[in-house]
Design a protein around this ligand. Sequence first.
Ligand code: ADP
Ligand code: MG
Length: 418
Amino acid sequence: MFGFQELLLNFLFLIIFILFIPIILEIHYTKISIRKRFWLHNLSYSLAILSCICFPIQIMEGYVFDLRLVALTFGGLYGGIYSILTLGGATVIFRLIVGGSGATATLIVVMLLSILLVLLSNRFMKSSRNKKVILGTTLSLLAAVIALLNSTLLFGATLNILFIITYIIITLTSTAVIIYLYEIFNESILIKKRLLRAEKMEIVSHLASSISHEVRNPLTVVKGFLQIMLQTDLPLKERNDYLNISIDEINRANEIITDYLIFAKPSPEKEKVLNIKEEIQRTCNLISPLANMKGIEIETETQDLYFKGEEQSFQQCLLNITKNCIEAMQNTGLLKIKTKMVNHNLLLIISDTGKGMNKEQISRLGEPYFTTKGREGTGLGMMVAINIIESMNGNLSVESELNKGTNFYICLPLVEND
Ligand code: ADP
Ligand code: MG
């Protein structure tokens, strides 16, 4: 029926190669570089163009219609000049391989559309979601009209009016639907990134107050010793002792600040091999001021085991969990952090002797905004922690008993350290 089925099949190709595959890439391969991502997207868009060209509507001998221009319009608008050149080139080459008089027509249409895309892609990227849909659809309409006029005026094709209407309607709807869905998906990814950042800011500011308190103590000690040393008649041995204590105190303060900065500094991170023993030590340095203020003891039992991850993210994960443990305990208690090797995996056990959780609370753990701390809580800490663990191909499980305490089990794949 006027090419309706073929066009719907083309629409399916567009959904698969323009929406589905890039979205899967975005969700599961977050760590690939921007350049690689750009080329993978363009490869997927080129496959969209190729599949449309392979399943077209035959109008007359050597002359075909399909939705390849929608893929070119979409890829060109979002990708800019390099995508326009790549996808425009791919369209022409694929079409030339298929052959027939329509190949020359494609060259003309692609050139005209590419000029429009180059002129408009910058403006498109700066527009709001609705404007993007309108601009993209208008361009697609223009491309369809150019293709139709080109085929009738220059190449003498005779087109059925119902075909023309079907072709234009499906071109317009597919462009509008694809741009709209792509935008909604991008917005949700952006919101998630902002949430993660907000949660990090929350913990950064919370730690800052307890850490500045912890750094002030060594400074006071050092100041006292310096004042004593102002006395000229101090014996050399005593003077050396004071100097050594002062250096130790300064080193301690320095360590706390360094660890804090490693965590707080916003910097793009690379995955590397981490040692669980060092990471736990870092977390303890950061969290111990908070624990000290509440009279909570921290006990660790760790060994050198190696795994892959981003240091800042992993620190944030450990901090979110240990901070919850500390918050679950009322003045005094024990926070235990233990590591084990189980079936080539690293098992990290974090346990507290706090108020525990009931069944409903355990099942809701990790749900965004689930908190029992009222205005004090954000309800994002566990969600972020679980996200980080899952992105490292690990998993988290919980055991908890009311008024007894909670155990968190984190399982991560081990790697060899070389
Ligand atoms: P927040 O700490 O801001 O409330 P989280 O996502 O970090 O948000 O934690 C969600 C909820 O899970 C907490 O409000 C608390 O009820 C529960 N929870 C998390 N960890 C523990 C723990 N170690 N002991 C008891 N309850 C916990
Ligand atoms: Mg929390």
